[in-house]
Write a protein that binds this ligand. Sequence first.
Ligand code: EPS
Length: 374
Amino acid sequence: MLRYLTAGESHGECLVATVEGMPAGLKVDVESIDRDMELRQQGYGRGARMKIEKDRVHFLSGLRSGVTIGSPIAIQIENKDNTIDRLPPVFEPRPGHADLSGALKYGHRDIRSVLERASARETAARVAVGSLAKCLLKEFGISVHAYVVMIGGIWAKMRAVSAQELARAIGHSLVRCPDRAVEKKIISAIDKAKAQGNTLGGAFEIRVTGAPVGLGSFVQWDRKLDGRLARALMSVQTVKAVEMGLGIRSSQSLGSESHDEIFWTKSRGFYRKTESAGGIEGGMSNGEDIVMRAYLKPIATLKRPLRSVDVRTKKPVKATYQRSDVCTVPAASVIGEAVVAFEMADALCEKIGGDSIHEMMRNYKGYLKQVHEF
Ligand code: EPS
């Protein structure tokens, strides 16, 4: 089993993550992890904090000469803005943020003790962990790509392209959207929201390629792969809905239009020509691409704040504002990619087991042979 925890406050000393269960013998591509860290900081619509930070991973344990040894891996990310003890208290909760429920739950009169941990800065640690998981997936030919499909109600037109082409298109986009034609419209929508002191949400899609059939299981609710992926995505700050495949459209269609018919050829084995299920049936990967979408609300910190109540005086006030991003959908897609990569790596470890890459690879080849000879 692969598992991880993160710790750290937005303006504390640093963020840390501990990962357990990573097999021995995995060469960790620190450069690619740092590239993901950098990507999480980017995207049109990011705010002033991202100009201060330069997120990079520092491995504290679990590696020797850049290779995993099977022991827990600890990762640290420095906070340059580590002013937590000098920052003013906050008494005006933001509608849509963790502020009020967190303050009531933990008995914090000063909301800063909530917002410091609830902040999406925590996702830097999750990207580090997910990007590490991508190194493992890569060994088995599995890749995960996330890209923006909508911001502020402006939808991209998606067409089927190869994973490499997709990665190239996203790399060239300021909003990580493969449809260059809508990019300008999205950018002016972000500019408009910014000028109005507002924020924008949106949606991103994630595509996993190369996953073998049979990850996850139908036999118990908490082993279902779609449930695990949805939980991971839903736990990302601002995500308010998750869709597997064409889940929403299917709910409005006939059964005959909603399912992916099954075909077989000697070279491909079993396959589907459509993607309604998003590559998961009965809580298991079916060997096709896994496709899902996450929908994000606009972030809750508004320059033109909404109405709130002072937690001390109970009098009406405007919600707190110090600084904020206007749109974090491109950054959230990087985070979504990371959390999905981690769940896929966990499901892979569960299926083929092993304490070392060598052992996992042997099991993997045996399993693929079994599937091929079915
Ligand atoms: C973030 C750091 C935060 C915010 C943002 C995400 O920095 P600060 O609070 O110092 O400006 O930019 O946090 C939120 C969107 C939020 O709701 O808390 C980061 O590193 O991603």
